[in-house]
Design a protein. Structure first.
Length: 668
């Protein structure tokens, strides 16, 4: 028996009150003056022994009432012990590491052998479940006593390309232990790489009721060389020349000269030798190399190999294509806008983009789908067919830049983006001579390298109201001057002024060239397709949520990753294994993405034995000795029966006190 709030026992001091009133306080008679008692007969005072029992009973009831009240507030409880039910029998979890490092020769075979041995030692009352883990935990069947089913699950495990994470395993063990309904004993078969440890040891704390039994598969530090990273352009312009640098790392290795080769589409292009210091790194430079047209599958590979050849190569993709075509639509009388825009593109990159200009009257046979993006430079009207085609082009992933000037304002609405041009804000001699930019979103790709538009003078701007648009730049009078709105899978940028030097002097500033280049790269998505990703990374297929253009994805084996519905709605996909992934979009664009295993898996240094011992101590063993079924202890509260007894004592005290205090009337 115990008390939840033993400090309430201090209330027992109140028991002194009935003692004081019943035993210590004496009745005192008040003297009354009287002349003489000589005429009174002397006699013995009558006994009151028959009343003493009533006094003691009242005293006992009052004392008992106070005692019960104090005890009820102290929260008494009774500890009961009962054996666990049959549903709490032991669950054996066999967790096998199938991360990238388990590709070493013989390591997975040894893990399977030890797992079969664990399964063979099960008692008849035990259940077992096989799981595999890396960055994710996979349950290979339900808990069962069928050893044939368990052995089949063990044999199905193959090493993957993900990195191991012990903290993710512990989190999964928590939910499994709660649903097990009994003690859990988890056997972890792994190479226990030090890099699989979380940043904080507290993340490894085992859930209550889980007992850990580690099975390290290999001890010591193993020497290994690996191609750690490659720096190469994802896109090469029409000149086709590219420089590539690769970093070769040695993990617990002696100093050595390592030879590595650059391969493009399986063909060796160039080889280099680098001196790798003991446990250090060396950077090898290749090129400039001539990159073939189209999407190219490239890799840097260590020649000769070592004890772990899986990380001796690093994959990356490079694409060489013709310059991206850009369509700029302008009024026939406007020659400044196309000249300034073309000059900025040519100054930024000689062969990446090619600008083509058209007037609205020349758009009848033009398809926006053949261009990287479209620019509308202060255009008053568009052919109806072209405008409908332009909107479909943007919704399916295209891009549009709209410059609003006097001619575009006369139209009243902004093509594709919608919204209205409300008014013209004109700086005159009677007021301000010009307006300056007050705020910009410096994180946006179009602005980040444009010196934050400092010193640009806007003489005329047009206030626009576009629902759902993101503000990118604002003038000193709070007029929005640069906005972005997502439309379907595409995007629309709106500049509330012109691209010439009449409504502003932006084209005369040095920030105009990086603005045009960054905007062109942003709208065409040239900087969004990486040359390589790490396994388990997420590759976005859509810029905004919702349905849009079709995007088919093929894995390194050429299989489709997405079903028919997902090709139009999936926001992206996970690169789950090494190799080249291909994305084919409805607008004809193809993207090649390379995936490589996390190079932290290349360091085979193991977790120290002392650390594993500490990890085992973080759990609460659920069975003592011999694996007997554990006992379950429960606290049964007793405050409510004590409170009921106090109520009965109060009723009894009221009855006895009423009888005692009743005064019988006697005759005079």
């Amino acid at each position: 028996m115990g008390l939840l709030s033993p400090w309430f026992l201090a209330g027992l001091a109140a028991l002194a009150l009935p003692v004081y009133f019943h035993l210590l306080r004496k009745h005192k008679s008040t003297p009354v003056p009287f002349s003489s008692l000589m005429f009174f007969e002397r006699r013995q005072q009558s006994s009151i022994q028959h009343r003493r029992l009533q006094y003691l009973l009242l005293f006992s009831l009052r004392t008992l009432l106070l005692l019960l009240l104090v005890l009820a507030f102290a929260g008494p409880y009774l500890v009961t012990t009962q054996a666990a039910s049959s549903g709490g029998r032991r669950l054996i979890l066999v967790a096998i590491d199938n991360s990238f490092s388990m590709r070493r020769d013989g390591l997975m075979e040894e893990a399977r052998r030890q797992a079969r041995s664990i399964i063979g030692g099960l008692r008849p009352a035990d259940r077992a479940q096989v799981i595999s883990f890396n960055r994710q935990v996979s349950l290979l069947g339900d808990p069962t006593s069928d050893q044939a089913e368990l052995r089949a699950a063990i044999e199905s495990i193959r090493p993957g390309d993900s990195r191991s994470s012990l903290s993710d395993l512990v989190r999964a063990l928590g939910s499994m232990a709660r649903s097990a309904g009994g003690p859990v004993e988890v056997h972890i078969l792994s190479d226990f790489q030090k890099t699989s440890m979380p940043s904080g040891f507290a993340e490894l704390a085992l859930p209550a009721g889980v007992t850990l039994v580690p099975h390290p598969l290999e001890a010591g530090k193993i020497s290994n060389w690996a191609v750690e990273s490659v720096v190469a352009p994802a896109r090469v312009d029409d000149r086709g020349k590219a420089k590539i640098t690769a970093t070769v790392a040695g993990f617990h290795t002696e100093a050595a000269d390592i030879r590595a080769s650059l391969l493009i589409n399986g063909k060796v292009i160039e080889s280099k030798v680098g001196a790798v210091p003991a446990g250090g790194r060396a950077v090898l430079s290749f090129g400039p190399v001539d990159v073939p047209h189209g999407a190219n599958r490239c890799e840097v590979r260590i020649d000769g190999g070592d004890s772990f050849p899986a990380d001796d190569r690093f994959l990356f993709a490079m694409e060489r294509s013709d310059p991206v075509r850009i369509l700029l639509v302008h009024e026939g009388r406007d020659t400044r806008s196309p000249n300034y825009f073309r000059t900025a593109l040519e100054a930024a990159s000689e062969a990446t983009f090619r600008l083509e200009t058209r007037t609205p009257q020349e758009l009848s046979a033009v398809s926006p789908a053949s261009f990287g993006f479209v620019v509308l430079a202060n255009v008053s009207s568009l052919p109806k067919d072209f405008e409908g085609t332009l909107e479909r082009y943007v919704r399916e992933g295209g891009a549009l830049l709209v410059a609003v000037g006097p001619s575009a304002a006369a139209r009243g609405t902004i093509p594709v983006a919608g919204g209205a041009v409300q008014e013209s804000r004109y700086a005159s001699r009677q007021g301000e001579r010009f307006l300056l930019v007050d705020w910009v979103d410096g994180a946006h790709p179009s602005i980040e390298s444009a010196n934050r538009w400092e010193g640009i003078k806007f003489y005329q701007v047009f206030r626009t109201e576009i629902e759902g648009a993101r503000l990118l730049a604002r003038l000193s009078d709070q007029t929005p001057v640069f906005l972005e709105k997502p439309v379907g899978e595409g995007r629309v940028l709106v500049l509330a002024s012109t691209l010439d030097n009449i409504s502003n002097d932006f084209p005369l500033h040095a920030s105009f060239v990086p603005f045009v280049e960054k905007t062109a790269r942003y709208l065409t998505g040239l900087d969004e397709t990486p040359g390589s990703l790490t396994v388990d990374a997420f590759y976005p297929l859509r810029r905004v949520g919702g349905r849009g253009g079709v995007a088919e994805v093929f894995d390194p084996q050429g299989r489709r990753l997405l079903d028919l519905a997902e090709t139009t709605s999936a926001p992206g996909f996970i690169v789950a294994s090494e190799g080249f992934y291909e994305v084919r979009r409805s607008n004809g664009r193809r993207e090649l993405i390379a995936a490589n295993a996390d190079r932290r898996e290349s360091d085979f240094e193991m977790i120290a034995a002392e650390t594993l011992k500490l990890w085992q101590g973080t759990g609460e063993p659920s069975a003592q000795g011999g694996g007997a079924l554990p006992s379950q202890t429960r606290r049964r509260p007793l405050w409510w029966p004590v409170l009921l007894a106090a109520l009965l004592a109060a009723l009894a005290e009221s009855v006895v006190a009423a009888r005692y205090l009743t005064v019988s009337k006697e005759g005079a």
